[in-house]
Design a protein around this ligand. Structure first.
Ligand SMILES: C[C@H](OP(=O)(O)OC[C@@H](O)[C@@H](O)[C@@H](O)CN1c2cc(O)ccc2Cc2c1[nH]c(=O)[nH]c2=O)C(=O)N[C@@H](CCC(=O)N[C@@H](CCC(=O)O)C(=O)O)C(=O)O
Ligand SMILES: CCCCCC(=O)CC
Length: 330
């Protein structure tokens, strides 16, 4: 499968208009997809933003020419109703044929707790995500009104009057082995986050493929997409520190416990040692360094890169891909 290089334009790290300018610049440089975080609260507090992803997507689709645009990722189970999620992405894809996708996942306390005060266990949120996907597919595919009684969601003669001509591509986040298998079973493509390459190659991707095969799909035709942050600067230490905004994601308890307060996340993020940031995110001084790192993940089986630019000089972090993209796509 051909490698795809996408740009993750963060609207929790940057103001929405700045992220939009980045997306336009990234498309001109050769990034073929644009991804946006779907958050209510951000992963850092100081100087953070947190715009609404679907509003931003409409503007991004209009401002870019042909890039594929998707969330990375939307949690369709608590703060959003899956029927409204289905309606939103059907509308966007009808307006911008072939250019719109959605990635879904079981959510984060940061986004769900502040506006619902609910935080079910991981297994329950995974079960809710599967049912939410079922609801979304029914609404996207049905030619007649749909009634459905589920464990978590109900539909009563629900019908989407605005639909695209083709399917909305569905990516599904699997970070753990069970999540990866569910992705294979219930979605078109895998979305995951950076992990060590042995785990990706020997656990995450095989579990995804196992789920896909069980559901009668051909995993070779399904993308293995991954979000990873990068920071590039001629001064290596500065490059490493550039990724600090996202260091909270490297603290496992942030996923295990009900942490929804950005100042608390920031406190943990600031304690993450720079060696840990360097090991988990892409830190480079030049294009060569980025190419080497991307090749490493290609060898592990990743086919679509969603690259979050956390470089001290953001435009330098985009423009350097004029050299990186031809090398890693070749
Ligand atoms: C927590 C793991 O679950 P999993 O289903 O695999 O992954 C969850 C993620 O998909 C979500 O948290 C997702 O919403 C995060 N996310 C995101 C993910 C991604 O791949 C790319 C980009 C993003 C950006 C983004 C996200 N979320 C948003 O809301 N908005 C965004 O923009 C996991 O580890 N699962 C394990 C099972 C773990 C488990 O069940 N543990 C037990 C206890 C175990 C023990 O301690 O003994 C429990 O907690 O009850 C698995 O194997 O699936
Ligand atoms: C381990 C990182 C999971 C993704 C965190 C996130 O929400 C990024 C936007």
């Amino acid at each position: 499968m051909e490698t795809k290089i996408g740009y993750f334009a963060s609207i929790e790290q940057y103001k929405p208009m700045d992220a939009l300018e980045q997306a336009v610049r990234a498309e001109k440089v050769g990034f073929e997809s644009i991804w946006v975080d779907d958050h209510f609260h951000p992963w850092y507090h100081t100087d953070a933003q947190c715009g609404q992803a679907w509003a931003w997507m409409g503007a991004a689709l209009q401002a870019t020419k042909k890039a594929f645009v998707s969330t990375c990722i939307t949690c369709p189970i608590l703060r959003y109703n899956p029927g409204v999620v289905a309606q939103t992405f059907a509308t966007l894809r009808q307006m911008y044929p072939n250019r719109v996708g959605i990635a879904v996942g079981a959510g984060e306390a940061l986004n769900e707790v502040p506006v619902t005060a609910q935080w079910p266990s991981v297994p329950e949120r995974q079960a809710m995500t599967i049912e939410a996907v079922e609801v979304m597919k029914k609404l996207w595919e049905s030619k007649t009104p749909v009634s459905f009684t589920g464990k978590y969601y109900n539909l009563e003669k629900a019908f989407l009057y605005t639909k695209p001509d083709d399917k909305v591509p569905l990516y599904f986040s699997g970070m753990g082995p069970k999540g990866a298998k569910l992705a294979g079973m219930h979605a078109d493509h895998l979305m995951t986050v950076s992990a060590d390459t042995d785990t990706l190659k020997n656990v995450t991707i095989p579990k995804f493929e196992e789920g896909a095969k069980e559901a009668g799909k051909d995993p070779k035709k399904m993308e293995k997409a991954m979000l990873i942050w990068y920071s590039v600067d001629p001064d290596f230490d500065k490059a490493v520190e550039g990724n600090r905004f996202w260091a909270g994601c490297l603290v496992p308890s942030m996923f295990k416990y009900r942490v929804s307060d950005p100042p608390e996340v920031e406190m943990h993020a600031d304690l993450v040692h720079s060696d840990v940031i360097q090991k988990n995110f892409l830190c480079a001084t030049d294009a060569e360094g980025l190419i080497t790192e991307i090749e490493r993940f290609k060898q592990a089986g990743i086919t679509h890169f969603c690259l979050g630019n956390s470089s001290p000089n953001v435009n330098y972090g985009i423009d350097i891909f004029k050299d990186v993209i031809p090398a890693v796509k070749g």
